[in-house]
Design a protein around this ligand. Structure first.
Ligand code: AHM
Ligand code: MG
Length: 339
């Protein structure tokens, strides 16, 4: 029996479209396409454990289908869905070296949105049955509609985002997104193939007790980060905090948003700019975080203010509950500026 109180994602999109003045419905169609691709990828990710039965990567399965790596599959699925529906003028993917320009068959390049996507983040976790995710980000193009998209349409600061979201393929599959009016989470009912609004108006608690960082890299971190980690571990007030690190950004972020916490991927003496990609990972997560009353910093600057210089640019990333990020920032400022 479906609980009548829970709206479906489809209903939610329609309802919210009418609240955007002058909306052409393009963004709604775009979110709908992402919803569809997410369901297809979810179906495939769920079969990952059946590799021995269905055939491994590179083998041909019983239906004569060639098995693909899941991140390649997810990449193709999202790109194909967005192309087929003719609702974007360009796509940039973490899996592709360059951006893709899309021609609409009726009228050339009439669409105004570009999508940036990390199709399957944390995919090294798939073999061990740990949650992975898809991250997406949507911008209005800068160059004129009707002309091919250019690199500058993708290299926009995160504060220009029109929408961003993620899908977490976890114990249940959820799609969480924002269009700049708060953050809403939808849970997939796999039997019906329908997403239901399960987490309306998601908010980071202002304070948290979880810190998430790959502590194996500790010796390579800046002194400010090391000091903050020690602060988290000290016995005082509500500390020590709890350390939780899945190594799957979407899952770590999702947990921290619900329970209160901070996620950190600092730069180190081995990774000069950290590991995470500004356009595909940090910007969308930062937009969601700010919309959910959290904060996201690159160490010195707000993530959403960074002017990107290249598609696959990496930046240090600190994101989560407001008071925790502010506290970390104090330690970093002391290190950077001797404050
Ligand atoms: P990926 O884009 O190659 O999947 O890498 C991104 C992932 C994040 O999901 C995760 O938070 C991080 O890499 C983990 O990195 P590490 O193993 O260095 O801690
Ligand atoms: Mg990634």
């Amino acid at each position: 029996m479906i609980d009548k109180r829970h709206k479906t994602l489809g209903e939610f999109i329609i309802e919210n479209q009418s609240s955007f003045q002058y909306s052409s419905g393009e963004l709604s169609k775009l979110i709908n396409a992402i919803r569809l691709a997410a369901k297809v990828v979810n179906h495939e990710v769920n079969k990952a454990g059946l590799v021995d039965i269905l055939g491994g990567v590179g083998e041909t399965n019983i239906q004569g289908e060639r098995q693909q790596k899941l991140d390649v599959f997810a990449n193709e699925k999202f790109i194909q869905t967005l192309k087929n529906r003719e609702i974007v003028c360009g796509i940039a993917s973490e899996e592709e070296d360059d951006f893709i320009s899309i021609n609409s068959s009726d009228e050339q390049h009439q669409n105004k949105y570009v999508v940036l996507i990390d199709p399957l983040d944390g995919s090294s976790n798939i073999d061990v049955n740990v949650s992975v995710g898809t991250i997406f980000s949507i911008y209005r193009r800068i160059t004129p509609v009707g002309t091919p998209v250019q690199l500058e349409d993708f290299l926009q600061p995160g504060k220009n985002q029109v929408a961003a979201g993620y899908i977490v393929y976890g114990t249940s599959t959820m799609l969480v997104y924002t269009t700049g009016f708060g953050v809403n989470g939808f849970t997939l009912n796999p039997a019906l193939g329908t997403f239901y609004l399960s987490h309306p108006n998601m908010q980071f608690p202002e304070n948290g007790k979880i810190y998430s960082v790959n502590e194996g890299n500790y010796v390579h971190f800046l002194q400010g980060v090391k000091d903050y980690i020690k602060y988290c571990q000290e016995e005082e007030g509500d500390r020590p905090y709890t350390s939780r690190y899945i190594g799957s950004l979407v899952s770590d972020f999702h947990r921290n948003m619900i329970k209160g916490g901070i996620y950190m991927y600092p730069k180190s003496s081995v990774n000069e700019n950290g590991k995470l990609r500004l356009l595909y990972e940090c910007n969308p997560m930062a937009f969601i975080a700010e919309q959910a009353n959290g904060l996201a910093s690159g160490g010195r600057h707000r993530i959403l203010d960074i002017e990107p210089t290249e598609l696959h640019q990496r930046v240090p990333f600190f994101c989560g509950s407001k008071n925790m990020v502010e506290k970390l920032q104090e330690f970093l400022d002391k290190h950077y500026y001797g404050k």
